[in-house]
Design a protein around this ligand. Structure first.
Ligand SMILES: [Zn+2]
Length: 80
């Protein structure tokens, strides 16, 4: 492939929020999404690290920083 062809074939990097929580919501069925919304809102029952650890145990690649940023609205899908 020539450089010209390679450049012509380029598509922009995936658009949209890169927040791990946002991506997770895309994978969840409505029941799970509702439960996760509740867990995210309940900071006493679910400290960042506990929620992240639980999600990872369930096979979802979410770090505590992602949980923290999402809760604070500092992530790409922030509500500000
Ligand atoms: Zn987010």
């Amino acid at each position: 492939m020539s450089l010209a062809q390679a450049l012509a074939a380029h598509t922009p990097s995936k658009p949209g929020p890169k927040c791990a929580i946002y991506r997770l919501f895309q994978e969840l069925d409505p029941d799970d999404a509702a439960a996760l919304t509740e867990a995210l809102a309940d900071k006493n029952r679910w400290p960042h690290v506990d929620l992240a650890r639980r999600l990872r145990a369930e096979g979802y690649d979410v770090g505590r920083d992602s949980v923290s940023r999402h809760r604070k609205g500092d992530c790409a899908c922030g509500t500000r």
